[in-house]
Design a protein around this ligand. Structure first.
Ligand code: TTP
Ligand code: MG
Length: 354
């Protein structure tokens, strides 16, 4: 049997939390975002009552105010939402073989090894909803499918408090009537281009000549064609909680011996690399820290175009950053740090070899 993936998306997340914290505003249109009195900034989100007035995420706050001056306008309490998000992710973690957080209020769960079939996945999803509601007094919408693409679209179809199951053999027909805009990577420009080619729905895309799509959109064209067939092999990727791993060293004496500094940097890179392997991580970003004799401190970063865990990539990038930015002062401290980390467990071997 193939995989079974669940996508969870909390309903009107920021405003739902605000309603929970202030029962007196429940039932009224609620908007979280910038202060309309200040006149600038945008809507972060709004509840479903406010959406009836045409208010949407990302809209200028003044426009929202004009659409519904009587709505309750609240500032963004990011710390609170982050805390609640952490609690929800902890609940979800228990139900998943692998959990991929997606922003504050969404997550993918790979449940393939825990449930035998879609019926089992549906019961699991109901348990998830029940536990989140009991513990957090919040609702979510859930999509279940053979991959992330289908699960994510499924979760968005019945909101709020929805549950949509799409089995592998139903995926193509499920996607067919929906707008191409729902596919990841199809923004307004691609949508217009596809429309000019007579492609409006995912079904139109699925029956289009794939070689023509490849000619026009390149690699993306092939991807679009596959997605339209309901095919998406991307894995549920667990992200490391730790944001970065690094080491630094202050010299006994300030130095301008570049060879010596590079040797130390290599040793620091080796220590960081050992940590990466121990924790089974890969990285994309390397940051060099350098402090001069006058205590002036600089950090320089480079993000690689690929994910890696190879020592050579780390050493080379750190060295490059040092040489490119070095100033004519003695050095007091150097440090190297990697970030953009991803847990490699369960990821395909291929990726380890880049
Ligand atoms: P979404 O899941 O897109 O929206 P939502 O949870 O508010 O509503 P829905 O029921 O349709 O899922 O985004 C999650 C949170 O991210 C949202 O509550 C606020 C924040 N957000 C912004 O701050 N700006 C934005 O433009 C969007 C789209 C979301
Ligand atoms: Mg949401």
């Amino acid at each position: 049997m193939g995989r079974i993936i669940i996508h969870v998306d909390m309903d009107h997340f920021f405003t739902a939390i605000e309603e929970r914290e202030r029962p007196e505003i429940k039932g009224k249109p609620v908007v979280v975002g910038a202060d309309p009195k200040k006149g600038r900034g945008v809507v972060s989100t709004c509840n479903y009552e406010a959406r009836k007035f045409g208010i949407k995420s990302g809209m200028p706050i003044l426009r929202a105010y004009k659409l519904c001056p009587d709505a309750v306008f609240l500032p963004v309490n990011y710390e609170l939402y982050k805390k609640v998000s952490g609690e929800i992710m902890e609940i979800l973690q228990k139900y998943a073989d692998k959990l991929e957080r997606w922003g504050l209020d969404e997550a993918f769960l790979d449940v393939s090894s825990r449930v035998g079939n879609y019926k089992g996945a549906e019961s699991l999803a109901k348990e998830v909803k029940k536990e989140i509601f009991e513990k957090e007094k919040l609702t979510c919408s859930i999509g279940i499918g053979p991959n992330k693409l289908v699960a994510k679209i499924a979760s968005s179809l019945k909101k709020p408090d929805g549950l949509t199951v799409v089995k592998e053999n139903e995926a193509k027909a499920f996607l067919a009537p929906l707008s191409v805009r729902r596919l990841i990577g199809v923004g307004r420009k691609t949508e217009i281009k596809l429309k000019e080619m007579g492609i409006k729905t995912i079904g139109d895309l699925a029956s289009y000549d794939p070689s023509k799509l490849a000619d026009i959109f390149g690699v993306m064209g092939v991807k679009l064609y596959l997605m339209a067939q309901g095919i998406d092999e991307s894995e549920v990727r667990e992200r490391e909680d730790r944001k970065s791993i690094g080491r630094e060293l202050t010299f006994d004496e300030d130095t301008n011996d570049l060879d010596f500094v590079i040797r130390i940097l290599d040793i620091l890179s080796e220590c960081v690399h050992k940590d990466i392997l121990k924790k089974d991580l890969s990285f994309k970003t390397v940051t060099l820290k350098i402090r001069y004799e006058n205590f002036e401190t600089h950090v320089y970063s480079k993000t690689l175009p690929f994910r890696t865990r190879q020592l050579e990539h780390l050493k080379k990038t750190a060295k490059e950053l040092l040489v490119n930015h070095l100033r004519d002062l003695k050095i007091r401290l150097v440090g190297v740090r990697v970030s953009n980390l991803v847990l490699m467990r369960g990821q395909r071997k291929l990726e380890l070899d880049v």
